[in-house]
Ligand binder design. Structure first.
Ligand code: FEO
Length: 401
């Protein structure tokens, strides 16, 4: 049975929610599910904007058929051909063989690689091209690396709708809600939006910045992303978040403490530092055990906070493997401009502090590493207390520079 919602008078959301997928991209946990958004415009011509993941194809086709209500489908605009949005293209072509597919040259190339065959139906567009569907005129804006190289966004100059592809997306199933102003976004969605952005698109900040600059010149009334709620109010709030994330500026003064502990002693040191920070007035502290926190949550908090503390045991004369993985992920996602403090632990040949310091210094960009450090021999002792106090003081001081 169909399930769709109106975005504007003649534009419909016909996507689907997925509560059964455990790992987005087979990597990132999505306990609140995810939505695959697709939209249909009913103008003199009918236009589909993107499709959905194969797993949601049946629901999507029923929605499409219901909204078209007997009309043929004339055009399909593919803003982003990654399979979570494009896997249902062929199914649409089978049911609506006259449909013309509008996309970029690179997108058609990648569609061919994935086996989404549209050869006889394609219309290739590039930056600045325009198209009229009747009352509605659209302009195509290339958005390379947001999040794949073929991506574009489509702007409806008639009613100010921006079909934003992966930009402005979020994890989380919509479950009936469609608009960001129908939910308490800041309380219930922001964490998932941040985790989606930072882990999926985070590496490509300069490209998102370029898109934000282009979008700054448009009179946008609606932002229709491919995942998560449609935005029609409070644009300043959302653009501020994406601007910060894509320029690697922290959202908040605060401290992520990520610890790697084998027998609880490094954990105890992380907890002690958190207590000292709170006691000294810095209560915006997030404490995570890297061994039981999925790295996507660590990445999201690393983007959120101004300061990071890495507390790690030494393992096989190296950095504890899960902490090393976190470091590698931060590097892969291009995180930069953070102030980092280090707590190291080792029962013999303590190495983790030096190795983490070298990694941050040599492999990452614009990371400030505090000289103050705590070095533990197996467990905390009285001698560490003064160092811990000095570290907490220095972290707070670094925020106020
Ligand atoms: Fe939701 Fe880059 O695909």
């Amino acid at each position: 049975m169909y399930c769709y919602r109106k975005v504007t008078d003649d534009l419909y959301w016909i996507g689907a929610n997925d509560h059964r997928l455990a790992l987005f991209e087979n990597v990132h946990p999505i306990p609140r599910g995810v939505s695959y958004n697709s939209y249909v415009l009913l103008d003199e011509k009918t236009v589909l904007f993107d499709t959905v993941d194969w797993s949601a194809c049946r629901q999507f086709l029923e929605n499409l058929e219901a909204v078209l209500d007997g009309r043929p489908l004339d055009y399909m605009v593919i803003n982003h051909m990654e399979p979570d949005h494009a896997a249902s293209i062929e199914e649409v072509l089978i049911r609506y063989p006259g449909v013309k597919v509008i996309s970029t040259e690179k997108a058609f190339l990648l569609m061919g690689q994935f086996g989404f065959i549209v050869d006889d139906n394609k219309i290739e567009v590039k930056e600045g091209d325009t198209f009229s569907f009747g009352k509605h005129n659209v302009a195509f804006v290339e958005a390379p690396m947001v999040h794949w190289p073929e991506a574009m966004v489509t702007f409806d100059t008639t009613n100010g709708v921006l079909f934003a592809a992966d930009a402005f997306g979020s994890f989380g199933a919509l479950d009936g809600r469609l608009f960001a102003d129908e939910v308490n976004f800041d309380r219930d969605w922001l964490d998932d939006a941040r985790r989606y952005y930072t882990n999926i698109v985070g590496k490509y900040g300069p490209f998102v910045q370029a898109l934000l600059k282009k979008a700054g010149g448009l009179d946008i009334k609606y932002i229709c992303p491919l995942h998560g709620p449609v935005i029609r109010k409070d644009f300043g709030y959302f653009i501020d978040k994406y601007d910060k994330w894509s320029s690697y500026e922290p959202e908040e003064k605060g401290v992520l403490i990520a610890y790697a502990s084998m027998y609880g002693n490094t954990e105890a040191a992380a907890c002690l530092l958190a207590s000292k920070l709170c006691e000294k007035g810095m209560t915006n502290v997030a404490l995570h055990d890297v061994s039981n926190t999925h790295v996507s949550y660590l990445i999201a908090d690393a983007f959120k906070y101004s300061n990071i503390v890495l507390a790690s045991v030494t393992y096989n004369l190296g950095i504890y493997p899960v902490m090393h993985n976190f470091l590698m992920d931060m590097k892969a996602l291009n995180l930069q401009k953070r102030t980092v403090a280090i707590i190291e632990n080792g029962s013999w040949a303590c190495k983790s502090g030096t190795l983490m310091r070298n990694f941050l210094d040599e492999e990452m960009k614009e990371m400030t590493i505090l000289d103050e450090q705590v070095t533990m021999a197996s467990s905390l002792n009285e001698g560490n207390m003064a160092d811990m106090d000095a570290l907490a003081d220095r972290i707070i001081e670094s925020m106020n520079l």
